[in-house]
Design a protein around this ligand. Structure first.
Ligand SMILES: Cc1cc2nc3c(=O)[nH]c(=O)nc-3n(C[C@H](O)[C@H](O)[C@H](O)COP(=O)(O)OP(=O)(O)OC[C@H]3O[C@@H](n4cnc5c(N)ncnc54)[C@H](O)[C@@H]3O)c2cc1C
Ligand code: HEM
Length: 411
């Protein structure tokens, strides 16, 4: 990676000394930034998640990462791994180079607006230069990702039409959709753990809505399978837009627009260690893809799969997993039900009741020298992360995916 522009030492000094000021006013700047940007460019509401906006989740992520990048302005190589992770999401959302100046312009306007006279011309000019350098890094990483997505056998660059070949209810709240390319051509392989984005064009909705879904089956099947949890609303919380649209309105034969598989939450194929997969609720989707891939392609590998669900009514794809596990002598499978039903109790179709805790984890996994992968609701992920750290699992062996904007599991 080479920055296209070199910043003067003076500019670098201004940036570094003002990062804390901007970060302190982060929330106000971010709010103003989005207000102004969406007023001037309402078309961007086709890309951004409105629920994240309302809950202030992603807005913080974007601005905070600009400040975080700025703190490394003289050593941007150091943040490339973080940039790559965000760039996967951007590529999957079809974010384009031409969007960057729009974001930059409104970030600077918001900084001026919030800081008032404290935002001198020197400060604003330094931030304009810094933003350009940071944006160039993202743009060049994303350009390579678009090219790679297109170059792959069966690959494509932006959105491609897929037909729902099969829709299958997997539990009270989770339904799978088998997607085949409408053009009947090949589709690219993916790594287990990767996701696709769906662009929902919904009758009566002013904007399109794009969401990510992890692929819940293995590659090379001629279809992509996603398994979607229906996010019903409750009290004053509106129902999820895309998940309810998929459940209620999308049927076999319908067409959806999809971007090519993306994401870095994938199996570390360099590691010889045993693998432990842990999922909560619909966080099972990437795990099932990983589990099936391991059983197919690394049958000697010792794998433990632990899945937590409320009970069997919410537990999707259980029979499929049981069938896969039975093909292998090297997979241990445990089901944890938070609130087993009477039927669950009489069938004893689970191994633990309640929540996963470290003592129980140690009793079933035994060896902490493993690669740990987990995904699920944020509180679940926090408990698992904390437990693994307490157990002394090194950070490099802990891998996880957020089903929303990335957050901090330590807070
Ligand atoms: C990498 C990745 C992989 C994913 N894989 C999967 C997967 O395999 N399966 C799956 O089901 N999901 C997956 N997701 C989540 C998925 O992308 C969507 O976020 C999910 O389907 C909800 O989208 P929605 O449009 O239904 O809800 P949205 O409309 O985006 O709303 C999100 C949530 O916020 C609530 N909400 C809406 N408005 C408000 C408000 N004003 N105040 C408070 N709460 C509000 C909704 O009820 C809903 O629960 C993944 C996400 C990522 C990032
Ligand atoms: C240097 C500039 C940028 C930075 C540092 C940045 C950073 C981020 C970060 C940290 C996330 C959260 C990733 C996650 O899901 O964990 C994100 C998501 C996202 N970004 Fe960017 N971004 C930049 C530019 C852009 C541009 C130009 C666009 C398009 C206009 C864009 C659109 C989005 C969208 C739509 C999301 C998904 C989350 C949502 O919809 O709420 N970003 N970005």
């Amino acid at each position: 990676m080479t920055a296209t522009k070199t910043l003067s030492q003076e500019t670098i000094d201004i940036i570094k000394s003002t990062v804390p000021v901007l970060a302190k006013h982060g929330e106000a700047i971010t709010k103003r930034f989005y207000q102004m940007m969406f007023t001037n460019h309402p078309e961007l509401l086709n890309i951004f998640n409105h629920a994240n906006q309302k809950q202030g989740r992603q807005p913080k992520a974007l601005a905070n990462s600009v400040y975080a990048a700025a703190a490394y302005i003289d050593n941007l190589e150091a943040i490339i791994p973080v940039v790559r992770q965000i760039a996967h999401k951007h590529r999957s959302l079809n974010v384009k180079a031409e969007h960057y100046p729009i974001v930059g312009k409104h970030l600077l306007l918001a900084i001026k607006d919030v800081l008032g006279d404290a935002a001198t011309d020197d400060i604003i000019n330094a931030w304009a230069e810094a933003y350009e350098v940071i944006a160039d890094v993202f743009i060049s990483v994303e350009r390579e990702m678009y090219e790679e997505a297109e170059r792959k056998a069966g690959g494509w660059k932006e959105f491609r039409k897929f037909t729902v070949a099969k829709k299958e209810q997997e539990s009270d709240v989770i339904t799978s959709f088998y997607l085949r390319p409408t053009d009947g051509e090949e589709i690219s392989d993916f790594l287990p753990g990767q996701y696709i984005s769906i662009k929902a064009v919904i009758d009566g909705e002013e904007y399109t809505h794009i969401r990510q879904y992890s692929l819940s089956d293995v590659a090379k099947k001629g279809y992509y399978r996603i398994s979607v949890k229906r996010e019903d609303g409750r009290d004053d919380i509106p129902a999820g837009i895309v998940s309810t649209y998929l459940h209620h309105d999308v049927n076999e034969g319908d067409i959806l627009e999809v971007t090519a598989p993306a994401g870095e939450f994938v199996l570390n194929t360099e590691s010889d260690r045993p693998v432990v997969l842990l999922s909560g609720g619909v966080g099972q989707t990437p795990m099932i893809s990983m589990l099936k891939t391991l059983v197919d392609s690394a049958p000697e590998k010792q794998v433990t799969y632990i899945h937590a669900a409320i009970n069997s009514k919410y537990h999707a794809l259980g029979e499929e997993v049981t069938a896969v596990v039975s093909e292998s002598n090297n997979v241990d499978y445990y089901v944890v039900y938070e609130q087993p039903t009477d039927e669950d109790r009489s069938m004893q179709n689970y191994q633990k009741e309640g929540y996963i805790d470290l003592d129980w984890l140690k009793s079933v996994v035994k060896n902490n020298d493993a690669e740990f992968y987990f995904c699920g609701p944020v509180p679940f992920m926090k408990v698992i992360n904390q437990s693994l750290k307490e157990w002394g699992v090194p950070q490099e062996q802990i891998h996880f995916e957020f089903f929303g904007p990335a957050g901090d599991l330590d807070k």
